[in-house]
Design a protein around this ligand. Structure first.
Ligand SMILES: [Zn+2]
Length: 645
């Protein structure tokens, strides 16, 4: 360990704040001028030809090599419990003003009880700088302020822990019970921790594991988050280049296009490795998910290679996820405009904290709980409901229908937040409500309007109904994540009510104008960032302007949810799932077996139904007193069910 890391360790021990000098860095502006920079062109290999050609235009007036590059060398331990990463971040000051500091964020350290990622070494390449680390913020202070247009190459050595997630915990029942626990406990611990840095079932998931340039708001760096609910991470466009060393034989799902893959055999008793190299130009974020036993199913659609990664025992759901992704990609490609990348990966992952899936550029993780298995004894009673659909339709059962909807929602994020950026912290409705609407659109085009309406009721509006049944008031959809107070209000309004703005707009302006408007919105903001109301503004043209503005206020600012979406009780919410083919179970539960009423089964399922499509946690949080009583009642009911079996 050298001087700088010892110092960091010492100061970290003293108070959680580390200040690191620049060990072995060269001096002065002359050295800075000689800092080797990267070539952008080879990084764009992940883009489809059309977007590769237009790339410079999308980011103008910035040059392609003024977009930050994250150059990563990642190694995952053979037991999947830890990782190391060497990161070089190529940063160009494009703010137009001098910068005394550059602030980076390690979002993986923003959630959970203790930081999981440690900075072992840090410095600037070819320049003198001081670096201070405080949990999720890394402040880089060059010896002289970085002028407008100035470049800085920051080097970090990171090591981190991958939280172990027990298969029982990442199962549907495990996640339902955990949601109940959060509800009874008033949220709190684990809030916003969705298992992005974790391993379980031989799968290692690395999301938010690298340092990224902090967002800027009103001319200042954003160093912390006033809430950890929902998606954390930067919203800007960046490039990645990565080398990953995984245990030998592991299948590696990764953002971007793989440019090299090789097996390095072990020698002298040392284990071998699988090495993968990838590039990902013009993306928003980056993830690696690797599985010792992953199987892969592949399809081609509209020139895109779609891969589904799943455990061998989950082949059925894994292939169903591929089918969903294929159909969803095609629908959105047609309706919204072309998908920009050559690859799309759908990956089973041990997500927790109520997250149904998490989106990254070109890669989406989908919660293991929708793939079945590992569910524990009590689920036996619910198996008929949750599991296999009638007539071999993999999307027919409850679990299958949820998997279908979640995959479509996450694929939609490739457009909403991926291709068209938006501020996910200040205006989370922009991408989340659109992703929910898009998932309903996918169901409509694949299975028809009636099924779309049904899935809307079960997987979208139920968020709103569940929120209301827990005693939360209706309210404005467009507000910052932190202004929702808890998970339930956030899920109810952003995932439950907000999505219905779009069918209303579609009806008001007509089919043609609606989709032409969306395509124009995507074209205008491709690889950029859209203002929160930009899509509404685009549709509020000509003779429909007044009607569009009225709908905008109605759905985004005012409180008409009860009239628009109707009022529901637990019985009718449960009925939406129990209705067909599960009458016996419904009657059993309705008859109060072991104290379990229809209401209680809904209490169990609610945290999951609550927008299983959520990239964000949609479990129950906060909770009125009634919620706590129900949570207790359901625990009893589950114990009773387990006993009966
Ligand atoms: Zn989402």
């Amino acid at each position: 360990m050298d001087r700088s890391s010892s110092l960091w360790t010492l100061v970290a021990l003293l108070g959680g704040l580390g200040v690191v000098g620049c060990g072995g860095c060269e001096d002065g502006p002359a050295a800075e001028a000689q800092v080797q920079w990267f070539e952008a062109e080879p990084l764009l290999a992940n883009l489809r030809a059309e977007d590769r050609r237009g790339a410079a235009g999308f980011v103008a007036p910035r040059a392609l090599d003024a977009i930050p590059l994250h150059d990563l060398e990642v190694q995952v331990a053979d037991d999947l419990s830890t990782f190391t990463a060497v990161e070089e971040l190529y940063f160009t000051n494009t703010t137009g003003a001098e910068l005394p500091t550059v602030v980076l964020r390690l979002y993986g350290n923003a959630v959970g009880d203790a930081p999981r990622i440690r900075v072992r070494q840090s410095g600037c390449v070819g320049a003198r700088c001081a670096i201070a680390v405080e949990r999720s913020a890394i402040e880089v202070r060059p010896a002289a302020p970085l002028p407008a247009g100035g470049r800085l190459r920051i080097r970090l050595e990171l090591e981190g822990d991958l939280q172990r997630i027990d298969p029982q915990r990442s199962s549907l029942l495990g996640q339902a019970m955990e949601g109940m626990g959060r509800m009874a406990g008033g949220g709190g611990a684990g809030h916003g921790d969705y298992g992005l840095l974790a391993h379980g079932s031989g799968i290692a998931s690395l999301g938010n594991f690298y340092a990224t340039v902090a967002p800027r708001r009103e001319g200042a760096w954003v160093r912390g988050d006033d809430s950890t609910l929902g998606d954390l991470g930067a919203d800007g466009i960046v490039h990645f280049r990565a080398k990953v060393r995984a245990p030998q034989g592991a299948q590696v799902a990764i953002t971007g296009t793989t440019t090299a893959e090789r097996t390095v055999l072990g020698r002298n008793g040392q284990p071998g490795h699988t090495e993968v190299e990838a590039v990902a130009g013009l993306t928003r974020n980056f993830a690696i998910v690797l599985g010792r036993d992953f199987e892969v199913a592949t399809a081609e659609v509209d020139g895109v290679t779609v891969r589904s990664f799943f455990l061998p025992a989950h082949r059925g759901p894994g292939e169903a996820a591929l089918e969903t992704a294929r159909h969803a990609l095609h629908t959105f490609h047609q309706r919204f405009g072309p998908y920009p990348y050559r690859d799309l990966e759908i990956v089973e992952a041990p997500l927790v904290g109520g997250a149904g899936g998490v989106e990254f550029s070109g890669l989406v993780t989908v919660a293991q709980m929708f793939y079945g298995g590992g569910s524990g004894g009590a689920l036996g009673m619910l198996g008929g409901l949750l599991g296999g659909g009638a007539g071999g339709d993999p999307t027919g059962g409850m679990q299958g229908a949820m998997l279908d909807f979640v995959v479509a929602h996450e694929v939609a994020h490739q457009w909403w937040h991926g291709l068209v950026g938006s501020d996910a912290r200040e205006h989370p409705f922009v991408d989340e409500s659109l992703a929910q609407f898009s998932a309903m659109l996918y169901v409509e085009e694949r299975f028809g309007a009636e099924r779309a309406e049904q899935e809307g009721r079960r997987q979208v509006a139920s968020n709103y109904h569940f929120m209301r049944l827990q005693g939360h008031a209706d309210g404005a959809v467009d507000r910052p994540v932190a202004a929702f107070g808890d998970e339930m209000a956030y899920a109810g309004l952003v995932y439950g009510k907000g999505p219905y703005l779009y069918p209303a707009l579609r009806e008001a302006v007509g089919e043609r104008a609606f989709f032409a408007g969306i395509r124009d919105y995507v074209r205008t903001h491709r690889f950029g960032e859209a203002a929160p109301r930009a899509l509404v503004d685009r549709l509020a043209r000509g003779r429909h302007a007044r009607a569009v503005r009225r709908l905008e206020r109605h759905w985004l600012e005012e409180s008409h949810g009860d009239e628009d979406l109707g009022q529901a009780d637990f019985g009718s919410l449960a009925g939406a799932w129990l209705g067909d083919g599960a009458g016996g179970l419904g009657a059993l539960l309705g008859g109060g077996a072991g104290g379990a009423g229809g209401g209680d089964i809904m209490q169990l399922l609610g945290p999951l139904l609550g927008g299983g499509g959520g990239g964000a946690g949609t479990g129950a949080g906060g909770g009125a007193a009634g919620g706590m009583d129900s949570a207790e009642a359901l625990r009893d009911a589950l114990r009773a069910l387990e006993g009966m079996r």
